[in-house]
Design a protein around this ligand. Sequence first.
Ligand code: NIG
Ligand code: FE
Length: 413
Amino acid sequence: MQLDTLLINCGQLLTMDHESDLVKGEQMKVLPLIEDGAIGWKDGVITFLGTTDETKELQCNNLIDCKGKLVTPGLVDPHTHLVFGGSREHEIALKQQGIPYLEILKKGGGIHSTVKATQEAGFEELLEKAEFHLKRILSYGVTAVEAKSGYGLNRETELKQLKVVKELQKKYSMIMASTFLGAHAIPKDFEADGDRFLEEMADLFSMLKEENLAEFVDIFCEEGVFTIEQSKRYLTQAKEAGFAVKIHADEIVSLGGTELAIELGAASADHLIAASDEAVNMFGSTDTIAVLLPGTTFYLNKDTYANARGMIDGGGAVALATDFNPGSSPTENIQFIMNLAMLKLKMTCEEIWNAVTVNSAKAIHKEDVAGRLQIGRQADVVIWDAPNYQYVPYHYGVNHVHSVFLNGKEVAK
Ligand code: NIG
Ligand code: FE
């Protein structure tokens, strides 16, 4: 068999090749891997997976000796706000004075400040900026990513954001999922009439579907933003229009967004810092994935983190994401999220790797193309400067990536 590239002596090769494309509860403790593994591909497609011993007969153009390093599938970041104008470092002082996130939002700052900058930015400017952040995301070992709109809050700018995602999809072989988050805040010109604003956003559904500009619809269900009733009505309409749905649920105040996500059969319920104990227990009997974003708890400077242990021990499926955005989590670094998951969410290293591969791929409906290494799949592979998989969640605050292969081609070092 002739290969383009063959990696040998992969100390641990995490294939993540579970029988199921969603791992829940106890299954999250299982980590499918090959010791002293090898992986090879041709024309960007994986054609060999096995041990180094089994590679003797293989021929290849590019042989890479991994010298015992960890090798994994490209990671999946299932929750980002990738496309936005400006930045919010001018709010640092407010943050340091302890002014709450929702208070800053109410006063016209926070999301509203980014909306203004995003409305003012031209398409090319937004594209260039999103591309910059996307490349940085990739440099941390992420090869599949979800991107939300939500900083337009009007037809024109929401479309501009979604078209930027589409353009990036064309330009890169990175796997991307696009989410319409028009329901991210109520713009000032709607004078707190959330119902009227949601109707306006829902009017976009059929066009977004026709032009294939979004796969998911999301809403910020939060005190002072959108209520449970509004979220239920809006997401039901979204489902009727053919979208899968997600909710920014119970991020700050416990409103019951987690229960609503499960009731609606959402692909994921995201944040869940303030989810009730009942909601935590419900994950065992649903395929809705709990997408946890501990970087946000960290950056909002909260003491309480989402109850990941309760969700997993109760039989649920957990995924992890950066929530990359200019306000509550300005970081592209998924590895730091893995560190936080180890330290603050008390997730085991096995659970963490499942949460950033298989489950995160499933949370954005990319389970057939991302999150696992299998023959016939696109070769999205990461070599890590790490002797084993525990090392990455353990050694914090640095980038452990040695190289990233996207569609079989090396893109970052
Ligand atoms: O996931 N909470 C709502 N949306 C984002 C933050 C957006 C922002 O502050 O710009 C989040 O935390
Ligand atoms: Fe978010």
